[in-house]
Ligand binder design. Structure first.
Ligand code: PLP
Length: 234
């Protein structure tokens, strides 16, 4: 039976192999373990083996698991889900990273609510790379202006861009969406914005994302198994 630990080793092997195929160092790619819907014990198990970065999608789960794992003091919490403005305070207080910024108002609130005793909150702008109307994320054309405005906020630090591509079996079509994000990142860097994080790739597409330059893959299912969604409120 596959344990969480062996699944974690397998994902690390996939990352190493994909990195090698692109002549990249696997140390340049962070594995974010997406633990949404799984209990804090599952996080603790991976943490005890050396995994440090964990991703949550729902504010209430972040609050509960953060409280259950206060002794894991090297744990790095990433909030990766949609964020409503009335829920920003807990995220500003508990998270180290937020990947899903797609409106200035949310960034502004996070900056204002970030406690003084903590380092600036690391954020990524989520970009809608597929153009699907239903998808969260800012449109590529609006990204530069949002980035410029976010960089002026005192208590958050813009680190890069994030995307969730439209799922497709067509690898060319998939790669094109990741390339769009990378090109956008390069445009921002050329314009003088200091960025080091390209948050792209999940359980099903991390190889393609790494070959397109991902520096952080967000992996849930391949580590923890399939999710079922009980009564979770965000
Ligand atoms: C759930 C989720 C993931 C993980 O997806 P898997 O396919 O289970 O690896 C990654 N990123 C975001 C934003 C998610 O919501």
């Amino acid at each position: 039976m596959a344990t969480i630990f062996t699944a974690w080793q397998d994902v690390q092997k996939r990352i190493a192999k994909a990195a090698a195929a692109s002549q990249r160092e696997s140390s340049a790619i962070t594995l974010l373990a997406v633990s949404k819907t799984f209990p804090s014990e599952a996080i603790r198990e991976l943490y005890s083996n050396g995994q440090r970065s964990f991703g949550e999608n729902y504010v209430q789960e972040l609050i509960d698991k953060h409280a259950a794992l206060t002794d894991c003091n090297e744990l790095i919490w990433h909030f990766i889900g949609p964020l409503q403005s009335n829920k920003t305070r807990s995220v500003a207080e508990l998270a180290d990273w937020v990947h899903s910024i797609d409106r200035f108002k949310i960034a502004e609130r996070l900056s204002a609510q970030r406690p003084e005793h903590l380092a600036a909150l690391n954020v990524c702008i989520q970009v809608n790379v597929s153009g699907e109307a239903s998808k969260s994320g800012i449109s590529p054309g609006e990204c530069m202006l949002l980035a410029t405005k976010i960089c002026q906020l005192p208590r958050i630090k813009l680190r890069g861009l994030m995307c969730i591509p439209e799922p497709t079996q067509d690898l060319t079509q998939l790669a094109r969406q990741f390339t769009l994000l990378r090109n956008l990142q390069n445009q921002l860097i050329t314009a003088g914005v200091d960025l080091d994080t390209l948050s792209m790739g999940m359980s099903g597409d991390l190889e393609t994302a790494i070959s397109e330059g991902s520096t952080l893959v967000r992996v849930g299912t391949a580590l923890f198994g399939a999710r079922s969604y009980p009564n979770i409120s965000s």
